[in-house]
Design a binder for this molecule. Structure first.
Ligand SMILES: [Zn+2]
Length: 236
């Protein structure tokens, strides 16, 4: 599998800082980060009626495209149609945390993982990546925890990014597009590295099963005491 070269550009300030070292050091067989450019300023936006939305036309002029690399812009401003990602011509993707950040922070989803998931999402269909949604056959309305969830309901971004995977339908599509079964298996293994810490999973489990957790918290010392007495009786 040929790795897609990726240039990341951060435009404007982010509410939560991203650790680009984590993203750059991630070993992927689908993409490689060749450049990270930070500190790109955003001009004031005014389209006559809305001062907060940075429309596709703005980005088309602002960001230079290159058909040989994926140009991935990270920002925190509102995008067209309240989307959190926009596909432009010349392999440019604009990604904004504006709408999705509250859902991600509430569920302790690492922002670096969200970016890594997105880089897999676009790298695997890089040859067909075009403006708008002409290659929309990959994306599906149903949220399956898959790289190609549309996440029309924005809170679904949590399920998509918690443990991103490739669903059966998308796996078949990728095979049809020319990826080998071996490539897909490699990607699946790599995606397993994009996950939350076990501590957070345990914390969430305890919150969901609070009564059982309390019971175990009370019962465990009692059971441990019985076990210790039993062992002591055996060896004395
Ligand atoms: Zn899918």
């Amino acid at each position: 599998m040929k790795k897609v070269k990726v240039k990341i550009i951060q435009c404007g300030m982010l509410d939560e800082p991203l650790n680009y070292n984590i993203i750059k050091k991630f070993k992927s067989s689908a993409f490689e980060i060749t450049e990270v450019e930070e500190g790109v300023m955003l001009e004031n936006m005014s389209n006559g009626y809305d001062y907060s939305t940075y429309e596709d036309n703005y980005w088309e002029n602002k960001i230079k495209g290159n058909d040989n690399i994926l140009t991935f812009v990270i920002t925190n401003v509102q995008l067209d149609e309240n989307h959190y990602a926009r596909h432009l011509s010349h392999k440019r993707v604009i990604f904004s945390f504006r709408q999705i950040l509250p859902y991600l922070t509430e569920k302790h989803i690492k922002l670096e993982n969200v970016i890594l998931k997105a880089l897999y999402e676009y790298s695997l269909v890089f040859p067909e990546l075009r403006k708008g949604y002409e290659n929309a056959d990959m994306w599906h309305n149903e949220t399956r925890g898959c790289l190609y969830d549309i996440d029309g309901v924005l809170s679904d971004i949590v399920m998509t990014c918690k443990k991103p995977r490739i669903c059966v339908s998308c796996e078949n599509q990728l095979l049809h597009k020319g990826l080998s079964a071996k490539d897909i298996e490699t990607i699946k293994q790599e995606l397993k590295k994009i996950k939350r810490s076990r501590f957070l999973d345990m914390y969430e489990w305890v919150q969901k099963h609070i009564m059982l957790s309390m019971f175990l918290g009370i019962a465990f010392p009692f059971i441990l005491g019985l076990f210790t007495s039993f062992v002591y009786d055996l060896i004395k």
